[in-house]
Design a protein around this ligand. Structure first.
Ligand SMILES: N[C@@H](CCC(=O)N[C@@H](CS)C(=O)NCC(=O)O)C(=O)O
Length: 209
């Protein structure tokens, strides 16, 4: 396997955490988004959509989405399971991961990419240069607040997002919550369930990966 990573970006961090949780060591190449390496002709040959993470499987298949990478690694290395054991658990992990990606990941990206000077002209990832839209940044901030509420409500009901077991959904939520620092947003102090969960997340070796 070959893993194309970017040490500063949230989406590659999600895949990196899955790799560590599975106890794997994978040949890794860092692609610097700050230096625009994702747009280089060499990398565009690997992923014409110019995004990281990318995993090249042992059979040579190119996987460019977190969900695809996690699905492949779970199939090849089922233990420890990160995507549920029973049919119901599998459904809940997929459901919460999708909720987190849309309500959390997209919200943070909307706020960050439409406001940060480093993202000028790069309002969406990918090969197209697109201008920032300040109203979207504002909307993103409101969406991140709503995401923090959703997270705390859910974690007040269950220890982990998808239920009793740690899963891919927790990895996704942790990475996006942590990355919200770039738009100066953190879960409110009185979100006790979220802070308890964050502490348990930070204690996992994969959190430092
Ligand atoms: N849906 C993709 C998202 C991948 C993505 O957006 N990656 C960002 C880094 S967090 C990227 O490659 N950005 C390149 C750019 O900003 O030009 C996934 O699940 O992996």
């Amino acid at each position: 396997m070959i893993f194309y990573d970017c040490s500063t970006a949230p989406n590659p961090r999600r895949a990196r955490m899955v790799i560590v949780e599975k106890g794997l060591t994978v040949e890794t190449h860092d692609i610097s988004i700050a230096e625009g390496q994702q747009l280089s002709p060499e990398f565009l040959k690997i992923n014409p959509r110019a995004t990281v993470p990318v995993l090249i499987t042992d059979d040579g298949t190119t996987l460019t989405e977190n969900i695809a990478i996690a699905t492949y690694l779970e199939a090849v290395h089922p233990e420890p399971p990160l995507m549920g054991r029973t049919p119901d658990e599998k459904g809940l992990v997929a459901m919460w991961n999708a909720i987190v990606e849309f309500e959390g990941g997209v919200a943070v990206a909307e706020a960050f990419r439409n406001s940060h000077p480093a993202m000028k002209g790069r309002a969406l990832p990918g090969p197209m240069d697109l201008p920032q839209i300040p109203e979207l940044a504002e909307r993103g901030l409101a969406r991140v607040s709503a995401f923090f509420e959703l997270l705390n409500d859910r974690l007040s009901e269950t220890p982990w997002l998808a239920g009793d077991a740690f899963s891919l959904a927790d990895i996704s939520a942790f990475v996006f919550t942590d990355f919200a620092r770039v738009i100066k947003m953190r879960p409110p102090e009185d979100h006790a369930a979220t802070h308890d969960w964050l502490e348990r997340m930070r204690a996992r070796p994969s959190a430092a990966a």
